[in-house]
Structures are given as C-alpha cells and as structure tokens.
Design a protein around this ligand. Structure first.
Ligand code: GDP
Ligand code: MG
Length: 493
C-alpha cells in the first residue's frame, strides 16, 4: 500500500519519500524485523534516493521516473535484507551424485515435516531420494518419519532397537549411498531448549555423515527469538541454509530476516503448511516482488513443473517457440491459466501471478474460492475471444480492425502521387487521422464490450485481464522465454 500511495502522489518530494519510508518501516517492525535492521534500511534507502534525485544528469527526470527510482531503491534494499550472499547461486543438489542433507533445529520446529517435504520436492523432480531418521530422543520419531515417507512413496531408513543416533545416521547414509541415491536427507532430534547435549549430538552426526548441506529449521512464530537461536546453532553446528516453517500461520516471519542478518546465512526454503506440497523454494528478488504485489513467475513455474499438464507435448512446443524468440500470445497465457487452475490450492498460487494479488484485494488471506472464481472468469473471457484475438499479443484490442496497415498503404500512395495533389491528400489525411483516433477508442471498447458480454463479465475485467496478460508476457519475454528460464532453475526448481 506504500507503493500504491507513492504512485498516487502528485509529486515526489521529501515529504512523499518520508511517508513512504515510514509505512515501509512500520510494516517491517510489525512483522518482527529487528529495529536495528529497519533503521539501517531506512537510512540507506533515504541516502540512495536523495543521491539519485540530486544527480545533475538526472535533473530532467519526469515524475514517473522519479517514482520508479524511489521504488527501485526500496525494492533493492528489501532484497538485500533477505539476501546475505548477493550474486551467489543458491545451493541445490547435483544430479548423479549423493547429496547428503542434514536437518537441525529445536524440537517442534518442523524438522520431520520439512524433511519429507524436501524429499518429496526433489523426488518429483527426478532425484532418487532417501530419508534417514536419526532421532532416537523423541518417542515415536521413527514412526512419524516412516508414516510421512510411506505416504510420499519415499524410501526411508531407521531403527526401533538401535539407540545411538550417530550409528543409525551413518548406516542409513552409507546404505543409500551404496544404492546410488542422489538426495539423502538426515532428520535429527531436537530438544526443547538449546542444550549442550543436543549440540554435541549434532556435531557427532555431522562428523559421521559429512553432509554436503546442513539446514537449520526455524519456526517463524518464534519472532525476535530467532536471532539468538540461529546464532547459537551456527556456532555449535554450523549450517549453510535456513528452512523457515509455519509461515502460513499468524507468524510474520520477520524473525527469520534477523536470523539471516545475524548468521549471514541464506534462507533456502519456506514451509507454508502441514501438507507435503506446502514448500516453496526461497529466492530473494521474486519473494520481495510477490510481497509487493508484483508477482513471482519463477515460483509459479516451479509449481507448474509439478503438474502433469494435460498435454505435455503442447508445453514442449511452447518452450521451443519461446526459446526461438517467438511471441507469448494471449492463447499461450490462456493455456497456462488452464494448467494453473489444475494445480491448487489457488489461494497460495494467486500471489505469484503478476497483478493477481492486487486483483484479489491485496493477496494474503484470500480463500481458494475467491481465487478460483477469478480464474474461472478469466477463462470465460478467453473463451469469448476470437481466434485472431487469442493468437495476438492483445494489442489489437487497442487498434481498429486492419487500421494500421491501411493507413500505411495510403501514405505510400500519397507520396507517389503528383505534387499538385499532395496538399489535398494531406488535408484528407489529417481529417482521416482525427476520425481514426475516434475509431480507435470506439473499436477498443467495442471489442472489449463484445468479449465482456460473451463471457458474462465486465469491460473492466476484460481490460484487467489484458493488463495482466501484458505483465506476464513482459516478464516471460524479458526472461528470454520460459524454456531458457526453466533450464536456469532446474535442480533447485
Ligand atoms: P520436529 O520436532 O522439528 O520434527 O517438528 P515436526 O515436523 O514434528 O512438526 C511439529 C509440528 O509443526 C507438526 O504438527 C507439524 O505438522 C507442524 N508444522 C511443520 N511445518 C509446518 C508448516 O510449515 N506450517 C504449519 N502450519 N505447520 C507446520
Ligand atoms: Mg522430528
């Protein structure tokens, strides 16, 4: 809403900037982000904006450009908050070799649940996954993992009789390695508090299985306590990534940001529910983009990989077309929407579509029904479009039928005619130009109205749909096509 206020502001002056900073910072504070970090953010955004606006070479900036400069500064600094290693590629398992991943964290933080989620995630992406239960502390720990793993159809290792977690961990990892498993995830025990015993056990297990990646599971609902907890674990066991759980609840997650800053460790995954599919790969820039209502196409593509599209061949064709520089048409977006609708739960996906969160009234808290209703109406809109409209880039909604081409042809005729006649033609041309301008408006509403009527929606909704298509199309094209984009993210995605 701070961004919305900014774009409505008549001009960009000190007062506008201070108002924006104030609302951004209070939102962060309310979300449990550490005061020191918030004040640092405020100062650095302010400095960058002032410098940008005072830059002589930019003195001719239009208001719109000044606003964009402010937005970019806020965006960049928010990304910095959640990205301790800018420019560095995020960890992901490598195909064809064993990747041992060890989970650590307090009891109840969500380790066992998250171990299964992560296993499921990579199993779906073609990795050979095995889970090891090295929690001998909590009664029933092995049963819990066994149940989760069986439901997800993932091989697991554990023991009812062996009481030494180090022995189980070593045996499990070795046996999975021998059988050429690619992602081997070790679940460990937690204690209620950070105790010397827990840390000792973690170190011993790590020494035995030599993990390629240790992940600390952090319950988002612990708020400000995250800073101290993450530091203690870092010092005792060391870890390379953070898995933030329970972000679907009332927790605001700001504590995780403090953990990132305090330990200089990136967040790798988010847990968004108790279900096995409620996992999101964390990527700093798309995350902030989604937070600001600007969509997260990367996350959407991740999700789409999980869906067996009704027609995988079509999907391949689209990728090939885009890879070769082809246009992403309204029809392509219609097909993607169809796929998205099969994914569910839609309320969690809606925010990833550029502009969709705003259409649903600001994203968060919207039910599946609202999202589903909106998507259905978008499909009706598509169904009411002609073949020509679907195969276009939507611009024909804003130009008269055949208008552009004809105009050019006339111009050529005029220039080739005798000079005497030129003046007359020019005058005619001018009055035609006026007519055309009128026509453009009329035609555009006519097309939109026809589609709105045919689909039982409103002209506004049709325009919203087209606007959203344009946002998605811009993102898709600027990423050089879904195909190349998908290659970039395969593995982690
Ligand atoms: P562990 O002791 O660290 O292994 O934690 P568990 O995996 O047993 O999880 C503790 C509780 O948190 C369980 O009731 C889980 O269902 C729940 N839980 C874990 N992750 C999430 C999440 O992302 N969202 C929600 N709402 N609950 C979660
Ligand atoms: Mg557990």
């Amino acid at each position: 809403s701070a961004f919305a206020d900014l774009s409505r502001a008549p001009q960009v002056d000190d007062a506008t900037i201070e108002a924006l900073l104030k609302s951004v910072c209070s939102a962060l504070l309310e979300s449990d982000v550490n005061v020191r970090l918030v004040s640092e953010l405020r100062n650095s955004v302010r400095a960058e904006v002032k410098e940008g606006l005072n830059d002589k070479s930019k003195s001719s900036l239009q208001d719109g450009q000044r606003k964009a400069l402010v937005q970019k500064a806020v965006f960049d600094h928010l990304v910095k908050l959640v990205d301790p290693t800018p420019g560095q590629e995020q960890w992901k398992p490598t195909k064809g070799k064993p990747n041992v991943v060890m989970f650590v964290g307090l009891q109840g933080s969500g380790k066992t649940t998250s171990v299964t989620k992560l296993g499921h995630h990579y199993a779906k992406r073609g990795f050979k996954v095995g889970l090891v239960c090295a929690d001998t502390f909590r009664a029933g720990a092995f049963d819990q993992l066994k149940q989760n793993a069986s439901k997800a159809n993932i091989p697991f290792y554990g023991s009812y009789t062996e009481t030494d977690p180090v022995v189980i961990a070593k045996q499990g990892v070795d046996s999975f390695k021998k059988n050429r498993f690619e992602v081997i995830i070790v679940d460990t025990s937690g204690r209620h508090r950070q105790e010397a015993e827990l840390f000792e056990e973690m170190v011993e297990i790590a020494d035995a299985v030599k993990p390629d990646m240790t992940i600390m599971v952090l319950d988002a609902s612990i708020g400000q306590a995250a800073e101290e907890q993450s530091k203690a674990f870092k010092e005792a066991a060391g870890y390379g990534g953070i898995f933030v759980t329970k972000l679907d609840g009332h927790a605001k997650g700001g504590g995780a940001i403090s953990a990132v800053a305090a330990t200089h460790t990136p967040i790798l995954y988010l847990g968004l529910g108790e279900h096995i599919a409620d996992l999101e790969i964390f990527r700093p820039a798309p995350f902030i983009s989604k937070l600001l209502g600007q969509g997260d196409l990367t996350g959407l593509m991740d999700k789409m990989e999980e869906v067996r599209t009704q027609n995988p061949e079509r999907q391949k064709e689209l990728m090939k077309k885009l890879e070769e520089g082809g246009k992403f048409t309204v029809r392509d977006w219609k097909e993607q929407l169809g796929n998205i609708m099969g994914m569910g739960p839609l309320s969690k996906i809606a925010g990833m579509i550029p502009g969709m969160g705003a259409m649903l009234g600001g994203g968060g808290g919207e039910g599946d029904e609202a999202a589903n209703g909106k998507m259905k109406r978008m499909m009706y809109i598509c169904d009411s479009m002609t073949k020509e409209e679907l195969d276009s880039d939507g611009s024909l909604f804003y130009t008269p039928v055949g208008g552009k081409g004809k105009g050019k042809a006339k111009g050529k005729e005029a220039s080739s005619s005798k000079s005497k006649q030129v003046a007359k033609v020019d005058e005619e041309g001018k009055s035609k130009e006026k007519k055309k301008a009128k026509q453009v408006k009329v035609r555009m509403t006519a097309r939109a109205r026809r589609v709105a009527q045919g689909s039982g929606t409103s002209v506004r909704e049709v325009e919203e749909f087209l606007m959203q298509y344009r946002m998605v199309s811009k993102m898709v094209q600027s990423m050089g096509g879904l195909a190349r984009f998908k290659q970039q993210t395969s593995g982690a995605g």
